[in-house]
Design a protein around this ligand. Sequence first.
Ligand code: ADP
Length: 395
Amino acid sequence: MKVLVINSGSSSIKFQLFKMPEQEVIASGLVEKIGLKNGEIHYNTQKKSVNIEMEIPDHAVGLREVVNLLMSSASGVISNVDEIEMIGHRVVHGGKEFLNTVEINQDVIDRIKSLFNLAPLHNPPNHVGIVVAQDIFPNARQIAVFDTSFHQTIPEKAHTFAIPLKFRDEHDIRLYGFHGISHHYVSQKAIEYLHNPKAKLIVIHLGNGCSMTAVKDGKSIDHSLGFGPNQGLIMGTRSGDIDQGVIFYLMEKFNMGAQEVSDLLTKKSGMLGLTGDSDLRGIEERANNGDEIAQLALEMNTYRIKKYIGTYAAVLNGLDAIVFTAGIGENSELIRAKVCEDMNYFGIELDANKNSIRSKEIREISTEYSRTKVLVIPTNEELQIAKECFAFQQK
Ligand code: ADP
């Protein structure tokens, strides 16, 4: 069967067409700069690459162009929209409503809309993607896969904030967690690799956004992102954990409003705020050339990850493996080395040679004596969504 996976953002649509259960990618691509005159469509199949620049006023126009490419005589892979049996949508916030992947109907759409205030930047474009796809593929089953669902197993003692409970009970203010589709995929792969469904794992997702999950019995039991996407690790442009006293001090001392402080902490902080650069490759290069600010930023970044490893090892009461994933986790030898430095108390011993090998495969980069294994597992959120669609169809 063919499954189209759609990740609809505020000005972009990422898509991948899979043949399942073979997990074969038939076509993939990206529509970007939606709403602008110089919109772009990038489309790839195993044989062809097509790049188009055109005005893309809205998501509907963008997705229709994708469908035209999927069916075109020059680069198409299907002859009819009905060949696509299922559409899997990534939805960032499922609140406490959605514990699992669901088939989309009007009630589900209304509930996704009711969560707009919890994820004002993400859920509205996810919702647009669903509505547009329903129109273009009227006969396909549409499935919603939520980034928060995997974290719904986090126990109350870990997801509740120590503020009056009415804020949780009446206003849904609690830890939800994000990147769940990636953490789910990567932890399953680690469990398969280790042949141990009970493995105690810490999954470290380091991309532009960064997060860590403690996984026990295949379930998320704690996670570093919280109510919003700026808790925990130091990220490309986000501060992660910060003393809330700083927020009130900024507001009073500089007369900053809530939105200004929020923008400062989420768009102008993290690696960007420290170094002026949010992309890790540039920062690593500067550090290698002796730039002390870049060196400090890398020290701070990896120190924070170490602190969370300590926390989660305590929560798990043991550790079988730590797993690196996403752009930085999969590619940065330096970050992995710094995180694993002086961690023998936790049984972590990195093999420098294995760490330096570049590969797109799952790999073990700890020494054979390391009590805790160190794994690198490439994430694949789109495939996870396609797998969940396929599993849904089997039900
Ligand atoms: P997103 O969260 O947007 O999906 P990615 O998972 O693609 O992000 O990760 C982007 C980050 O990965 C950037 O900071 C980039 O610098 C970093 N990255 C990608 N390749 C490398 C590399 N070879 N070495 C170090 N960092 C890398």
